[in-house]
Write a protein that binds this ligand. Sequence first.
Ligand SMILES: *Cc1c(COP(=O)(O)O)cnc(C)c1O
Length: 225
Amino acid sequence: MADATPENPAQRLADIRTEMAKAGKIAQRSPDDVALIAVSKTRSADEIRPLLEAGHRHFGENRVQEAATKWPELRAADPDIQLHLIGQLQSNKADDAVALFDCIHSLDRMSLLTALSKAMNKAGKQLPCFIQVNIGEEEQKGGCAIAELPELLEAAKGAGVDVIGLMCIPPADVEPAPYFALLAELAARHGLKQLSMGMSDDFATAIQLGSTHIRVGTALFGART
Ligand SMILES: *Cc1c(COP(=O)(O)O)cnc(C)c1O
């Protein structure tokens, strides 16, 4: 997919918007219901700027450290930027994450909930969070086990942390649709409205199954080297 995309990032953005609209139409959803998060991990400020100039405002990073080196300067020029943390977060980086980001997609365990809650109270800044679910029950993957989701949700409520939805990364190299459908079902069961699911290769499927936040890197910026 990356090879077939045009050179110009603004044109890639327009092409993805077109694909998003097509997928949304099949599912009878409005294009406004789905946020496109441009995943800018490993990309330089110079690679990011053309998207900002094209009016794009939602970006995703997977490392606190990397985000801290790139974003404060880009943000200073553009107060409307929304920065999403999509990667695993160590509890000892919770303060930095709360200072840098506007939304956390990777809340996945009790110890991190405690750290984030403390960090948010200290900063006086409440970030909306997604709970990441290990939807394929994969040994090596981050994410809360499906069986532990109710307990984590209950604890978040008790801690006053604003959980707005669920996030997943389905197993690689298999059809993702059943996993997206399962995440949507879990969210509905718990009255959660937002779904962070779908990446470069599968965002159209994810939109058809209810995604509200797609996270797209390669299809926007080209292959990561
Ligand atoms: C890198 C990454 C993406 C983007 O993946 P692409 O295949 O490049 O679109 C999405 N979500 C998470 C959590 C990631 O780490």
